[in-house]
Write a protein that binds this ligand. Structure first.
Ligand code: FAD
Ligand code: UDP
Length: 390
């Protein structure tokens, strides 16, 4: 009898497995329908021996010391600050140029052939910004800061490709992920902790799951085993609508097709990621892993991301009508007593890795306060006296 059947071996499932087994001595079975652990953060050596991320580039960054300290138990780190260029055409002349993204002082100066200072670029942006009475959408966020020309150049096409809808139809939180700067800081993220697991994500997950009370089975779907494997409770980190057999209809997710290429050269591009916002280019970005991993190798591997409606559900789509549908599923989830819903797909939230770790640690605290641990459950079964939480 397992105390927990955990569905999904990504961050949500693995953090909970580790905490339940190590802190409480519970017996845990983790299953994943993919043939590996790590969820979307899974990395591996490709045929040429280059470490790549199967599901697109994953860069770890967080402001949470708690999350960073927790993960540091399972990995050493390689300091890494991600930098991104955007491949765009200069307004007016139309020549192709690669400039820093997020938009900063250098982006404006290089794009327009200017030599503005920090305070001058602030005034320059303010003079182009549109007055938006209430910032609601992903279009509002950008046009209210930098105006329509830069919005169209950097955001409109990229967003329409990525989400198959116009930024004016998407919640403001989507483009608000990417700031606008008036200084020359060209880092994609400014979090306190920015680093990559030194031996890779998969190795970090391996360490996390290496406990005698944890059994891991990959290539196993929940539907195939839920009735045959004895277990007391479930932690679900798959899509919430799937758990309830799509009772209210399907929640919209956006997918990607990843094209992995190995090149017979040591380096392909100057930074980890180059974005291609133009709508006539079918992919959104190209990432080169050696920048992230620091691997020394005569070849290099890159990944092109092609947004798609078909395929694995990668991104919940933040729109008001989708949130309303999710709320109906959330009400069903809240009514379950022995099933806990955790993770990006199970809570339909566009969360980064660190936010999922934080969510899983918070869920563990709630479980620990309300669910009796294994020993108490076993004793209760033997004596018939109900167990209480510790
Ligand atoms: P997942 O990693 O999706 O794990 C859920 C697992 O459940 C999956 O492996 C799935 O196979 C399994 N599963 C689902 N249903 C079943 C079932 N019925 N039976 C068995 N198994 C099942 N975050 C960052 O912080 N930095 C980044 O740079 C970054 N880049 C990203 C790039 C891309 C292209 C994508 C898509 C995401 C990126 N993220 C990034 C977000 C990050 O991937 C997620 O926050 C994180 O992986 C979510 O972890 P999770 O455990 O909730 O879900
Ligand atoms: N975005 C954009 N142009 C860019 C980068 C981002 O329009 O060059 C928008 C786009 O809608 C994207 C969102 O901002 O989906 C969030 O970007 P982020 O890089 O955080 O996306 P993720 O890494 O989560 O795919």
């Amino acid at each position: 009898m397992y105390d927990w059947l955990i569905v999904g071996a990504g961050f949500a499932g693995s953090v909970l497995a580790e905490r339940l087994a190590r802190v409480r001595g519970d017996r845990v079975l983790v299953i994943d329908r993919r043939p590996h652990i790590g969820g979307n953060a899974y990395d591996h050596l490709d045929a040429a021996g280059v470490l790549i991320h199967r599901y697109g580039p994953h860069i770890f960054h967080t402001n949470s010391k708690q999350v960073f300290d927790y993960l540091s138990r399972f990995t050493a780190w390689r300091p890494y600050e991600h930098r991104v260029l955007a491949d765009v055409r200069r307004p007016g002349c139309g020549t192709a140029v690669q400039v820093p993204m997020p938009i900063n002082l250098d982006t404006v100066n290089r794009l327009y052939g200017l030599d503005l200072s920090e305070s001058e670029v602030e005034a320059w942006m303010a003079s182009r910004a549109e007055a938006v009475p209430e910032i609601r959408t992903s279009e509002d966020v950008v046009v209210s800061k930098v105006g329509r020309e830069l919005y169209e150049l950097f955001f409109r096409g990229y967003t329409r490709k990525q989400w198959a809808c116009d930024p004016s139809e998407l919640d403001k939180s989507v483009t608000a992920r990417v700031p606008t700067r008036t200084n020359c800081d060209d880092r994609y993220f400014t979090d306190t902790f920015q680093a990559m697991p030194q031996a890779g994500y998969t190795e970090m997950f391996r360490q996390m799951l290496a406990h005698p009370n944890i059994t891991v089975q990959t290539g196993v779907d929940y539907a195939a085993v839920r009735d045959s494997i004895p277990h007391r409770r479930v932690i679900w980190s798959g899509p919430v609508d799937e758990y309830f057999d799509f009772r209210f209809g399907r929640l919209p997710y956006r997918s990607l097709r990843f094209e992995h290429r190995t090149l017979n050269q040591a380096q392909y591009q100057p930074v980890g990621t180059v974005n291609y916002p133009a709508e006539d280019v079918p992919y959104t970005r190209i990432s080169e892993y050696k920048h992230l991993t620091g691997q020394d190798h005569p070849k290099t591997s890159i990944t092109l991301e092609y947004p798609s409606a078909e395929g694995d559900p990668y991104y919940p789509i933040p729109r008001p009508q989708n949130q309303a549908l999710y709320k109906r599923y959330e009400a069903l989830a809240d009514a379950q007593t022995d099933v806990w819903f955790v993770g990006r797909l199970a809570t339909y939230r566009y969360y980064n890795m660190d936010q999922i770790v934080g969510q899983a640690l918070a869920t563990f605290a709630r479980i620990d306060a309300t669910v009796p641990p294994r020993a108490a459950n076993d004793a209760a079964e033997a004596t018939g006296v109900p167990a209480i939480a510790g």
